[in-house]
Design a binder for this molecule. Structure first.
Ligand code: F3S
Length: 427
């Protein structure tokens, strides 16, 4: 399908903004035509968001491309936030890990951080996947058209905020931001936002967000689910607790499947406005009860070399934790430690959050309590941290279904994680 360009878009393609921007436009047009897009539409959000946050040695050609873009003045039309960094000096490493991480794996990090500044990074600490949180300040409005690609942020922006964004890839998020347009297809269209699955939640208690999201993601894959029955547990108001729940739920749908948008009956903005008219004709039905959730968890493989190994590390916060979650978990850990008669967590534990939320949390009374419990607060991406041969062999536990999916980390529910880190015990 050939795309129809406006005179301004055609001029960019013909070189009105220089040869490099013309090439960027050409790539974007080819990308759109592959997916059947008939036109390009303007990006309307206030800020962009980039998925590539890491300067990894094997991707040197990507950083060479960034240099070319910067030299040619082919810069994004808006400032942007970016995913979290892969390293944090606060997380203990041994000499071998230091050498592998800094010298071999992330040898391009400094170079890339400088490039991000020149490309228009919103602020020096704008490294997080939860850019939409108030403390960070990159929160799209309903109907905004975006050029993002981080899957957990895309699904949140589409579903909870009502923005419009496809599940793009890295580099294409930047290309869209440079020309200021994105191809119009998929989740940008009214038709593409219709639900082709009805999910009926019939559990006896509030399902764990990470497990429900995993079940739905694995069932519907890249399609759009309309979830009924959750309002019974979550209510009908998008308050802090509900937004945290939907953040973790959405990340699990997006990583265990490839969901880019979900609707929650009576809760998410499009479902509130349009109700079941969002459901496409002949939508399939998936019923989720207690037994189904148990079946899903029982199916997670344990890929540790020794399945009975004592955990060496616990990661929480993939996607990054909110201020609300940090406070809540601090109270849970405090009371768990008191009950167990322990002063500090018995498994080294890292909570990850954005630099902006971390700064706010540090002003609260909970900050010292969390620190005294031995939990390390970091702003890294645990997945990036774990994706190397050294960490791959380490028995890590998590209640993030995204981290479980992409690494060797073993999944536990929130209650099980709390028991493990405050009381201990083998897996
Ligand atoms: Fe965020 Fe990294 Fe997890 S980008 S969602 S913390 S994989």
């Amino acid at each position: 399908m050939k795309m129809q360009l406006t005179p301004e878009q055609q001029a960019i393609l013909d070189g009105s903004r220089g040869e490099v921007v013309a090439k960027v436009m050409k790539s974007l047009v080819m990308f759109g035509e592959t997916f059947g897009a008939e036109k390009l539409v303007p990006i309307t959000g206030d800020f962009g968001h980039m998925v590539i946050s890491f300067g990894i040695g094997v991707m040197k050609p990507v950083y060479d491309l960034m240099d070319q873009l910067i030299e040619a003045g082919a810069l994004p039309q808006q400032q942007f936030t970016v995913d979290p960094k892969p390293l944090d000096p606060n997380i203990p490493t041994n000499l071998l890990q230091d050498v592998v991480f800094k010298v071999i794996m992330y040898s391009q990090q400094k170079r890339y951080d400088e490039q991000l500044k020149k490309l228009g990074l919103m602020k020096s600490d704008a490294y997080t996947c939860t850019c939409y949180m108030d403390e960070v300040g990159n929160k799209p409005k309903m109907g905004d058209v975006l050029s993002w690609s981080e899957s957990s942020a895309v699904v949140y922006a589409n579903s909870v905020l009502g923005a419009r964004c496809n599940r793009n890839s890295g580099i294409f998020d930047l290309f869209g931001a440079i020309v200021g347009y994105v191809p119009y297809f998929g989740l940008l269209t009214d038709e593409g936002r219709k639900a082709t699955w009805i999910v009926d939640v019939q559990t006896t208690k509030k399902p764990e967000a990470q497990i429900l999201g995993s079940a739905i993601g694995m069932k519907v894959m890249e399609e759009v689910p309309y979830v009924r029955g959750l309002d019974k547990f979550l209510g009908t108001e998008l308050n802090n607790d509900v937004c945290d729940y939907l953040k973790d739920f959405g990340a699990a749908t997006a990583s265990n499947g490839a969901v880019g948008l979900y609707h929650i009956d009576k809760l998410t903005p499009e479902a509130v406005e349009q109700g079941e008219s969002l459901i496409a004709e002949n939508a399939q039905i998936y019923v989720i009860d207690d037994a189904e959730l148990e079946r899903i968890v029982a199916g997670y493989p344990c890929v540790w070399k020794d399945p009975d190994a004592r955990p060496k590390l616990c990661f929480m916060g993939c996607p990054h934790m909110s201020l609300n979650q940090l406070k809540d978990w601090t109270h849970r850990i405090q009371s768990g430690l008191q009950k167990a008669g322990n002063q500090k967590v018995v498994i080294p534990t890292v909570f990850t959050t954005s630099p902006a939320v971390k700064a706010e949390f540090e002003k609260t009374t909970e900050a010292i309590v969390l620190k005294n419990s031995g939990v390390i607060l970091s702003d890294i991406c645990p997945l990036m941290y774990m994706n190397n041969p050294l960490c791959g062999k380490m028995p890590v536990i998590t209640s993030s279904n995204k981290l479980r999916t992409y690494t060797t980390a073993k999944f536990y529910s929130d209650d099980e994680i709390l028991a493990q880190i405050t009381k201990g015990g083998n897996c």
